[in-house]
Every structure is written in C-alpha cells, then in structure tokens.
Design a protein around this ligand. Sequence first.
Ligand code: RB5
Length: 148
Amino acid sequence: MIALGSDHAGYNLKLAIIEHLKEKGIECEDLGCYGSERVDYPVYGQKVAEAVAAGQYQYGIICCGTGIGISLAANKVPGIRCAVCSDTYSAKYTRLHNDANMLAMGERVVGQGLACEIVDAFLSAEFEGGRHAKRVDLIREIEKKYNK
Ligand code: RB5
C-alpha cells in the first residue's frame, strides 16, 4: 500500500501518478491536499512521512513544485529516507543503495510520463543490503544523535 501527498503545485502530478498506480493494480491512498488552492507543503510531507514511519504504508510518494520542499519536510521524520528524483536511474538506485522509503518529485520539473516511469523504477527495485546496509545504519545513527 502506497501513500501519496502533495501541495497545490504538485497536485496534478500526484493525480497522474495515482491514475498510473491504479492502472497497474497497485493500492494507494491520497493523504491530501485535495484541490488546487494554495496550501503549505510541509503539512503534507509530514503527514505522509509519519504514516510511512508508523508502518501504515510501505512507501510514500509526494509532489510539490520542485519536489524539494516537501522532501525536506518528510526527511525530518525519523525513519524516513525520502529521495527527490527527476530521472529513473536515481529512483532505482535510491532503493537499491539507500533503501529509500519515500520518493519526491516536482510537477514543475518532470512531465507526467517521466514521473510515472520514475515511480515504476522506484517500486521495482529492492534494497541490496550488504555494504549498503552499514551506510543506511550510519544515517540512522545521525538521527539518533539529534532525536533524544
Ligand atoms: C509552491 O509555490 C512551491 O514553493 C512548492 O510547491 C515547492 O516547490 C517547494 O519546494
């Protein structure tokens, strides 16, 4: 199950991704926003990130104008590794090497077709573990140091 979220500037891209996931038979849920009136991206980055960190969803996919603001908010939630991607290579490798559990994209950066391919690359790659597991653990150590 995948959680989706966006602000107003990522709203249409999110809808295109939801459509794409549904066509592929992948279950997903939209945690907002639900229209194109102006909202604040940290609210939706946090909402999706907290749901993913709590184990309610396997992955989160979030969109804003650039993908950056909403990813910065998501990455403040302990346990979240959210990667902003605008190419399929990064989307694949952030799963293989970083065990990313969230993907962020910018509606003003990537077209809908590319965004759906980025989603597919992200969802079809599995974390390789091994030497990469130690590095992800080092990220967790940083989190622990600042979340007491
Ligand atoms: C909204 O105008 C825009 O700032 C936001 O969607 C995002 O791009 C921020 O990083």
